[in-house]
Unconditional design. Structure first.
Length: 327
């Protein structure tokens, strides 16, 4: 085999595999004024799955009057459940949303909690501790229904807030523990507004892992100031195996001014595969999907560099994806 096509081995200090969860259909589209037609969203899910993505956040069960962009979440979830091996997640802000997720047999429902008191009130009209109490009610409803839907407590603004400013790491960890005590199966940490740097990420995720262990589920980073991939790398070194990302880097947070740009899915997959961390994703297929999504979102601000620069001659992700698919 030609040396240029040999997939690199993962470094000893990095996990051999990582999951990239596509969040563009929720976190991306909720921040764009236009409403993408349901048919295009279904095509997006279908082709992301065909490219090898096995975890997709398909939407959010919020009132349509608040986020009309996500009003078709139930239909998207029903379709996602027909695709083999696809782990479909949704965001739920309250018990009513959780009931819809349970009825739709979502694999996971993420309940957002902001460690910033000010952002929590702006985003959910609840204090952080009121959200913890809501998670307890959601857990009781889930168990009473005999549902297998996992509950992920997502602690947002974990590294700072555009409204409040500083967010104490001890408060982030207190709330994370409170979510676990309330019945969350998993917890995640999110840099909702793009304030984190790699040193902050390493420190907080190390402390969080000592508390939650393998129940620390996912890292969610924004590339607002160009540090998104660096922050992913810092979390990888701590052993975090799962990351949210949005195709073409779309998205942000409607209630956090200046929180632009999620980590770009294609760039993240490229970085992971280049370092020998397998994702099972076919990058050429993913880039083809990005091209079509960019056409659907013409006029919107899109991010990412791999789509523009292409692959270096030393890159072997296509060979890796093919080999993994055949295994």
């Amino acid at each position: 085999m030609n040396e240029a096509t040999v997939a690199p081995a993962a470094h000893a200090f990095l996990p051999p595999r990582a999951v990239v969860r596509e969040s563009g259909l929720r976190d991306g589209l909720q921040s764009i004024a236009r409403t993408m037609p349901t048919a295009q969203k279904l095509e997006w899910i279908r082709d992301a799955h065909a490219a090898g993505q096995r975890e997709i956040e398909v939407g959010s069960f919020v009132p349509a009057r608040l986020l009309p962009q996500l009003a078709d979440t139930a239909e998207l979830l029903a379709y996602a459940k027909t695709l083999p091996g696809l782990f479909a997640s949704v965001l739920v802000p309250n018990l009513r949303g959780a009931e819809l997720a349970i009825a739709g047999e979502a694999d996971l429902m993420m309940v957002p909690l902001s460690a910033s008191h000010a952002h929590s009130l702006a985003n959910l009209r609840k204090t952080p501790d009121e959200v913890v109490a809501e998670v307890a009610r959601i857990r009781a409803a889930r168990d009473a229904a005999g549902s297998k839907t996992l509950i992920d407590g997502g602690v947002g603004t974990a590294f700072g807030c555009t409204i409040q400013g500083h967010v104490a790491p001890d408060e982030v960890l207190r709330l994370m523990q409170a979510l676990l005590d309330a019945g969350a199966d998993r917890v995640s940490l999110a840099d909702t507004v793009g304030y984190a740097d790699p040193a902050m990420v390493r420190n907080l995720f190390e402390r969080a892992r000592r508390i939650a262990g393998d129940r620390l589920w996912c890292g969610h980073f924004h590339d607002t100031r160009g540090l998104g991939l660096a922050n992913v790398y810092a979390a990888l070194e701590v052993g975090i195996p799962r990351f949210d990302a949005c195709l073409a880097g779309i998205g942000g947070c409607p209630h956090a001014p200046g929180a632009s740009g999620n980590v770009d899915t294609e760039d993240l997959v490229f970085m992971l595969e280049s370092m020998g961390v397998g994702t099972g994703i076919d990058l050429p297929k993913l880039l083809d999907l990005r091209r079509r999504v960019a056409g659907w979102l013409e006029g919107e601000t899109l991010q990412g560099t791999v789509w523009r620069a292409g692959f270096p001659k030393t890159f072997a992700a296509t060979s890796r994806a093919t080999a993994e698919a055949a295994a």
